[in-house]
Design a protein around this ligand. Structure first.
Ligand SMILES: O=C(O)CCC(=O)C(=O)O
Length: 377
């Protein structure tokens, strides 16, 4: 068992057999019931450029390599009111999350032909390294936008260590959006329905947590990444490292709820930080493969896709650092695909938790507890 924050929590999912049905993108189409579609279309036409509209309404199942054409799987954008900023909202959000500025949207949509470099020169390693994935022309704006607009948490939880209850303070800010493959958000995200039957709301006790749809500003990145990596993602986890004192310890994202050989796309925005990888120790009598530890200094805009046997064989971390860019903030976004409800429960428990909300304060230049926070998490 490996740990992420001096914990084994990412590995405590029940060993449930994966039997989730794989659902094509046609399920999204069913959300476009006539009246809502018409209303939204009229409003959107009034405010969006032709290019953005094409991207917004086109189908996801035959990606072109010229522009992202996936529709949102998470939630419909809030209908714009003339002159106002479009937002995504949901009853679980402490505040509405604005859509990306037009320039950032357009640059990201053009990014479906990003070229990654394969790194497969060691046993069980399969990385695709985009340097960068998010164009240099928008990475700063995207970083500043997400840091200001998203809500974050500083999750605390207890684990039993050597028979003693031990309090763990997650050494970074976190937030998460998404739902596993067995469910879908429906009706503007107001309902959660069974993926196998979109007319069937999930049972009240299916989730203990309250899943949150991916806001449009992150969902665009998810769609662009899906088109680029030929992989589906239903979760978006966000870490904010306020300084070099924030970190994530060696762990692997190898939980059973992700299915075998999961692909995880991991983005950096803001400060450059070292991303370390080392091979897991051999199990039992297994011989130790000849491997070298890896250090990748991830810069703003970079993306590492970890895939194939990587998670079952390698550990990764962002260690604490002093000097360099370490005192600046860094955002990490990971896109993943959880297959069963255990994944949803795990991600909300360890990335939202039960504590208060934090919001970036631009005048104080730090994350501060948000006083209006009364959202149950
Ligand atoms: O911040 C990073 O680059 C890594 C994040 C990570 O490993 C995780 O969230 O599991």
């Amino acid at each position: 068992m490996t740990s992420r924050d001096e914990r084994g929590t990412k590995h405590n999912a029940q060993h449930t057999t994966h039997n989730a049905r794989s659902i094509g993108r046609s399920d999204h189409q069913t959300r476009w019931n006539g009246s809502y579609k018409e209303r939204l279309f009229t409003l959107v036409v009034a405010t969006m450029s032709k290019r953005t509209l094409d991207a917004f309404f086109s189908r996801a199942d035959s990606p072109k390599r010229t522009r992202t054409n996936a529709t949102s799987s998470a939630i419909l954008p809030t209908a714009p009111v003339a002159g106002s900023i479009q937002t995504t909202n949901h009853s679980t959000y402490p505040w509405p999350v604005p859509h990306l500025p037009g320039r950032v949207t357009e640059e990201l949509e053009l990014q479906v032909t990003a070229q990654g470099k394969e790194i497969k020169d060691q046993p069980h390693l399969d990385l695709l390294y985009f340097q960068p994935f998010i164009p240099r022309s928008i990475e700063r704006e995207l970083f500043t936008f997400l840091r200001s607009e998203l809500f974050f948490y500083r999750v605390k939880y207890t684990i039993k260590r050597f028979g003693k209850e031990t309090l763990i303070n997650t050494p970074r800010f976190t937030t998460v959006f998404g739902i596993d493959e067995t469910s879908r958000f429906f009706n503007d995200g107001t309902q959660i329905v069974e993926a196998s039957d979109l007319s069937k709301p999930v049972r009240k006790d299916k989730y203990k947590c309250r899943p949150r749809p991916i806001p449009e500003c992150l969902d665009l990145l998810r769609r662009v990444t899906e088109a680029n990596t030929n992989t589906k993602y239903n979760f978006c986890l966000v870490n904010y490292y306020a300084s070099g004192s924030d970190s994530i310890s060696f762990h692997s994202d190898d939980e059973r709820f992700l299915g075998p050989d999961p692909a995880i796309a991991s983005f950096t925005l803001g400060a450059k930080r070292d991303f370390l990888m080392k091979h897991k120790p051999p199990k039992g009598q297994e011989p130790k493969p000849e491997t070298r530890d890896i250090k990748i200094p991830l810069a703003s805009g970079d993306m590492v896709l970890m895939r194939g046997p990587t998670q079952s064989n390698w550990l990764h971390s962002i260690p604490k650092r002093k000097g360099g860019e370490a005192e600046k903030g860094r955002i990490n976004i990971t896109l993943r695909r959880a297959m069963i409800p255990a994944g949803t429960e795990n991600y909300y428990r360890y990335n939202v938790g039960e504590g208060g909300v934090y919001k970036w304060d631009d005048s104080k230049r730090e994350m501060l507890p948000w006083p209006g926070s009364n959202v149950p998490s």
